[in-house]
Design a protein around this ligand. Sequence first.
Ligand SMILES: [Zn+2]
Length: 332
Amino acid sequence: MKNLKKLWAIFGLVLVVGLLAFLVLNREKFEQKKYSVVSTSFPGYDFARAVTKNTNISTKMLVKPGAETHTYEPTPQDIIDIKNADMFVYVGGDSDDWVKKVLKDVDTKKTHVVKLVDLVSTVEEEIVEGMEDEDEHDHNHDHDHESHAHKHEHDEEEEGPEIDEHVWTSPKKAMEIVKKIAEVASEIDADEKTKINDNAEKYVAEIAQVDKDLHQAIDGKISEIVVADRFPFRYFADEFGLKYAAAFSGCSEQTEASAKTISFLINKVKQEKIKKIYKIELSNGKIAETVSKDTGAEVLELHSAHNVTADDFSKGVTYVDLMKRNLLALSK
Ligand SMILES: [Zn+2]
């Protein structure tokens, strides 16, 4: 009997200690912060997280770590979170087209809405030689023309190319975006303005450093990259003066390339004796694998920071960390 009591006491103690440890370790998650920033995808989340560090502002990413951002649909809870947020960050392109509808019910007096493609200068999506035109297959942007049930392909061409939404892949643009997000955060939590500015300055300096390192690795050494995958790196390529060949444009939902596309990439790699080709993060890497098998080129990953894996997310991997990985891949 006595032993049993002791056992219960020990069991209780272990439970209490365990619970306390859990709460301490997960403090961030349970702490109710005064303000919140909600972002649809990783770049906005990462930049907001950096500038609001140690402030009264919490940050949340809607797309699940490891998930495909382009096919993401918000849950009812996500929509509530957006409405309750003090800042809502979204990309403003093909991938979060659903936002337009949700925004109709958002009180913009309470929620500061930040659209990434509006913060910096943009270019239109480009289809380079050998790349499959997603508009030939992807009829997702037809919302405005739903009455035209049988839309012909040439109608879409008349719509013209869309804005390339992957602005954050240029570190220089990322720095501009961080500064603007910090400005909005300072408006929300004016008491912490100094801290937010400090955080922003530090993060911009980190990005500037990796930008400099990337320039050192690329300038005069690499003039062209072959990405046997989707190509969300237009702004990255532009910043570093890189020519490129790829299978699909940035937000294409395709994963299977046509024989024509594959043979174009294979010929290019063979003719130009290219030793490294790239696939993007969270990709099945099939196209790169096929090209590699036929050419012997090594497959490396280039990270476009659309999203990170669950593992990277729990480790707190940042945009700067991802760019450092790119630096490593490109330096090889
Ligand atoms: Zn994309």
